[in-house]
Design a protein around this ligand. Structure first.
Ligand code: PMP
Length: 360
């Protein structure tokens, strides 16, 4: 069966091997006579699946013992609220770094709960760069510092982890988690919607340092309390069992491919090839400063913007889909997460070169 190259920003491609394994286990999981979807989340079969997935994620990211891993619902967007609801711990203000559309959403949600200090912003540069840390106005009284290591829409990412001293660092890693090794101990909380590098939409992963659990503001809904989910091993209510299972298969797949070091090597090469081609083409353009270009989301425009529609149509016929840029920025965007094979990048570059030749 043939598969197209899907450049969607999310839900995004999953590894073929994962889909094949899930298909082979769909109706009768390991001789149980039922699908994972039909099992009790508290039964011994699903408990083993859940524990294995968590253990593999801990191994991949080398998550220290003093961090909890939560398997939640509600998407990264729910975390925009859960972070201030749980982490203000009586303080009145939090620092946010504004590097794009997702930072802005996190900021506007946090404003319901606290005074937000935008300690740095690249809005004046149209979000094509990361503000220099020397110019940040961090507040030592802030409850935490929130940032978006990779902006999925703008295709701009931090080439380093910000230094925030004793103020906990909170990261929306939705579109970069598992793309390379990570020093988890630098963070208070890492969260990510699953639908890019982890698994299907519907699952949200939160990695939280234990000392930050338990300070939720009065009136926090039970389902929005990190403490409740941590105390109940993410089984306070029915978790997204199928998403959790598929995430487990993805973690196994990453391990089989050589772990996050191997992912980083492949991702660097994939992104490097595409940026290199764009920069040399004089026909396609990427607006982001070279030092902070995303490995995962590569926006680009055609010099002849009137050809956008034709480009997308012909790309689709060539089996290269979902290349339309986000509605807020236009142009094109190639999202090239872990599961996008390197051949997909080669096929895209070949198509772009041919399109240029025919439409120069
Ligand atoms: N943050 C980032 C960086 C994202 O890319 C997205 C989704 N594209 C979100 C948050 C929102 O995630 P969700 O749809 O899971 O709420």
């Amino acid at each position: 069966m043939s598969r197209i190259y899907n450049f969607s920003a999310g839900p995004a491609m999953l590894p073929r091997e994962v889909l094949e394994k899930a298909a082979s286990e769909l109706i009768d999981w390991h001789g149980s006579g039922m699908s994972i979807m039909e099992m009790s989340h508290r039964g011994k079969e699903f408990t083993a699946v859940a524990e294995k997935a968590e253990a593999d994620l801990r191994e991949l990211l080398a998550i220290p013992q003093n961090y909890k891993v939560l398997f939640l619902q509600g998407g990264a967007s729910s975390q925009f609220a859960m972070v201030p609801m749980n982490l203000l711990r009586g303080r009145k203000t939090a620092d946010y770094i504004n590097t794009g559309q997702w930072s802005k959403k996190a900021i506007s949600e946090a404003k319901h709960y606290c005074s937000v200090n935008v300690a740095a912003t690249s809005e004046p540069e149209n979000f094509t760069t990361i503000p220099e840390p020397s110019g940040w106005s961090l507040n030592p009284e802030a409850a935490y510092v929130h940032y978006t290591p990779n902006e999925t829409i703008g295709g701009v990412e931090f080439p380093y982890i910000p230094e925030t001293g004793s103020v906990p660092l909170i990261a929306d890693m939705s579109s970069t988690i598992l793309s390379r090794p990570l020093n988890v101990s630098k963070f208070g909380v890492i969260y990510a919607g699953a639908q890019k590098n982890i698994g299907p939409a519907g699952l949200t992963i939160v990695i939280i340092r234990e000392d930050l659990i338990g300070g939720e503001r009065p009136g926090t809904p039970t389902m929005f309390s990190y403490k409740i989910h941590a105390e109940n091993n993410s089984m306070y209510n029915t978790p997204p069992t199928y998403g959790w299972y598929i995430a487990g298969l993805v973690f196994e797949w990453i391990k089989q491919k050589g772990g996050l070091k191997a992912m980083a090597e492949i991702n660097r090469r994939k992104a490097g090839k595409l940026y290199d081609f764009i920069d040399k083409s004089a026909y396609y353009k990427n607006p982001v400063s070279i030092s902070c270009r995303s490995w995962m989301n590569v926006p680009f425009t055609l010099v002849k913007q009137e050809l956008d529609k034709k480009f997308l149509e012909e790309a689709g016929k060539a089996g290269l889909v979902a290349l339309k840029g986000h509605r807020s920025v236009g142009g094109m965007r190639a999202s090239i997460y872990n599961a996008m094979p390197e051949q997909g990048i080669d096929a895209l570059i070949e198509f772009m070169a041919d399109f240029k030749k025919r439409n120069a």
